[in-house]
Design a binder for this molecule. Structure first.
Ligand SMILES: [Fe+2]
Length: 309
């Protein structure tokens, strides 16, 4: 695979100051209030002012300049417009208007943290000690893991990402949702159908379930209305999850323990399981809220896109 990482996204929001404040509460760092860094991923969020919330661009990493040539060749074969200069390929997916910027980047390297030993029947690695998971531990997530994007042309956007940019399908429920990867993460971009394009959620990797819990709890202590969906475990991707609403109206997920795919054939033969409607959501946890399917601001988004085009 030429692609190997989701590096960053640029979000357009009506209130960049409020959005910046939220990312600061998450623990992301910034020097200018518009670019936000995670500990493992470097700069991962660009915040811009926009008349309505939208995903403006996505930055992806490849290994080399020749990988850019490969992508340019596939886009040309599709008749998709793109520009390629030394060190960067830029193209716009026509149905979501998302700009993709692809350039050679180092592969993601992450160091392991010491895991919290979990006691269980017949296995008690933690004896005569409290679990470190009970002590205050709110801290920044490690990195941006994936985004979920709504598109009014699910099949066409899916084809653009697969046949043009070179994503791979990890799981999908046709015409409803597809989970695409450009790294060893189970998914880096998922596509859902929507009347207009919008960023449904962005998702941030945490060390473990306690990291997820402490971070979400800290943000909910400041504003309980942020809670959207969770705590639970997804069936697709297997990850623990907890979703909050950010000031723009997009959701933010904190996750841990996602499926990792290193061997495509092994995943297809052994890992991948059939996706039915009943397990598109969670393996266990609360029911999916309606606003997760139709956002509360859908009329604002529709009006925004109508005035934009
Ligand atoms: Fe997610």
């Amino acid at each position: 695979m030429a692609l190997h990482r989701l590096q960053a996204i640029r979000v357009g929001v009506t209130d960049p100051v409020a959005q910046a404040g939220f990312y600061g509460e998450m623990g992301l760092t910034t020097s200018d209030g518009s670019l936000f860094d995670s500990p493992d991923g470097g700069t991962q969020i660009h915040v811009s002012e926009s008349p309505f919330r939208r995903l403006l661009s996505v930055e992806l990493g490849v290994d080399s300049e020749s990988d850019l040539d490969e992508i340019a060749g596939r886009l040309a074969a599709l008749g998709a417009r793109h520009t390629k200069s030394s060190g960067e390929l830029v193209c716009v997916e026509p149905h979501t208007r998302i700009e993709f910027r692809v350039r050679p980047l180092p592969r993601l390297r992450q160091t392991a943290t010491s895991a919290v030993p979990l006691n269980a029947p017949g296995s008690s690695p933690r004896i005569d000690r409290r679990s470190s998971g009970v002590f205050p531990g709110a801290r920044s997530p490690r990195r941006l893991g994936h985004i979920v994007v709504a598109t009014p042309s699910w099949r066409e956007t899916r084809a653009y990402l697969l046949d043009g940019l070179g994503f791979k399908v990890s799981d999908e429920f046709t015409d409803l949702i597809t989970f695409l990867r450009c790294s060893t993460d189970h998914h880096n971009i998922a596509l859902v159908g929507g009347e207009v394009p919008f960023l449904q959620h962005c998702s941030w990797e945490c060390d473990d379930v306690d990291h997820v819990g402490h971070l979400a709890t800290k943000l909910l202590a400041a504003d309980a209305d942020r809670h959207t969906w969770g705590f639970g475990r997804h069936f697709i991707g297997s990850n623990f999850m907890w979703y909050l609403r950010d000031p723009s109206g997009s959701f933010v997920e904190f996750y841990s323990d996602m499926d990792r795919i290193e061997n495509d054939a092994e995943w297809e033969n052994v890992g991948r399981t059939a996706v039915a409607l009943e397990n598109v959501g969670l393996a266990w946890g609360p029911s999916m809220p309606m606003e997760f399917i139709v956002p509360k601001d859908i009329d604002v988004l529709k009006a925004g896109w109508a005035s934009h085009t």
